[in-house]
Design a protein around this ligand. Structure first.
Ligand SMILES: [Zn+2]
Length: 347
């Protein structure tokens, strides 16, 4: 029965997002812009899981065929600042972190479709081949052979199930969520303990499956379609840092981008990005003080063109690029916003 219900619901979404109905319902969508957030691209040769090139291509082709307008982050921010309208049925794309697979697989596709995208770079990855603790956790738990283990979280332990791929995926999410509440010293302590339990050393520099793009690659890819923005230096949780360190993370990543690229986008993207958890009002002010013009969170939702500029501009929401195409269609269409309007809180 759940399968049948799902099929019916997918068919319903298909009908409700049809071209005719989309035009009729356009007023429900005119004030909001879905901004999609992508991470890794699937690369079997380096055992990297992620979005498939086919699913991204299907999405970009769909937008082209259905009269959507892919706008750049730069255009979106100018429209918000000046209360200007954007082209109808506007959609925007962002990618986080700056991995090699993003540069080699996704960015040429955006360029081919002339669909603007902004890539937020954690600059220490490109500068020093550094990789952050949240990816190291994933690396270690994927290497674990035991069916379960206990992760040290400060003075407590978090039991993690690792028997299947699905369990590992869930455990990675749980481990990251728990570690986010710790300070840097405690995270290092937990990671050391985890490495011992798994029996694998964490390489100092990113291994092949976490290879970052190079500055040369970014400079070659930079265009009026592909742009880059700052995503901190070390990809740390800003809310866990003292103010001066959080400020340095923001300012130095922007300065490094300005050194290497011709026209970086002055829009920040918070690492991990949940408001109230990974960044706070303090960090929003730090971004503003650094002269940056706006910032993205990773909280799900539309960017609302009708909202007042403060504080929305420094915590713009995004949707994770969905695995299911039917969900992508729903976010792009009037339907998701219509649901939020009529049935608030039922995400
Ligand atoms: Zn990130």
């Amino acid at each position: 029965m759940p399968l049948l219900r799902k099929a019916l619901s997918d068919f319903g979404i298909h009908l409700l997002t049809s071209r005719t109905l989309s035009w009729v319902m356009q007023p429900l969508r005119s004030q909001v812009v879905p901004v999609f957030m992508l991470h890794r691209m699937e690369d079997a040769s380096r055992a990297v899981p992620g979005h498939s090139v086919d699913s991204l291509e299907r999405a970009l082709q769909y937008l082209k065929d259905h009269d959507y307008n892919v706008v750049s982050v730069r255009e979106l921010v100018v429209a918000l600042q000046n209360h200007q309208p954007l082209p109808k049925r506007a959609v925007a794309f962002t990618m986080d972190d700056g991995f090699y697979d993003q540069a080699s697989m996704a960015l040429p596709l955006f360029e081919h479709y002339q669909a603007p995208v902004t890539v937020f770079l954690a600059t220490d990855m490109l500068d020093h081949q550094k990789w952050s603790w949240d990816y190291q956790v994933e690396y270690l738990l994927n290497k674990a052979n035991a069916g379960s283990l206990e992760l040290k979280i400060g003075s407590e332990v978090l039991p993690l199930m690792l028997g299947s791929r699905a369990e590992k995926r869930l455990s990675i999410r749980q481990a990251r969520a728990a570690l986010k509440s710790l300070n840097l010293e405690q995270v290092a302590d937990s990671m050391g303990d985890l490495a011992l339990k798994v029996g694998v050393d964490v390489p100092e520099f990113a291994p092949p499956s976490y290879q970052p793009m190079t500055w040369g690659q970014a400079a070659r890819l930079e265009s009026n379609v592909v742009e880059f923005g700052p995503h901190s230096r070390q990809h740390l949780i800003l809310s866990q840092l003292p103010e001066d360190e959080a400020e340095a993370e923001i300012r130095q990543s922007w300065a490094t981008l300005c050194e290497h690229l011709k026209h970086p986008v002055p829009v920040f993207c918070y690492p991990n990005g949940r408001f109230g958890k990974d960044f706070t009002q303090r960090d929003q002010k730090l971004v503003q003080r650094a002269g940056l013009q706006a910032a993205f969170s990773a909280d799900p939702g539309y960017v609302n063109l009708g909202a007042s500029v403060e504080p929305g501009l420094f915590a713009m929401k995004r949707f994770a690029f969905p695995e299911r195409f039917v969900d992508f269609k729903q976010y792009c269409s009037w339907l998701e916003n219509g649901k939020e309007k009529f049935f608030p809180g039922r995400r």
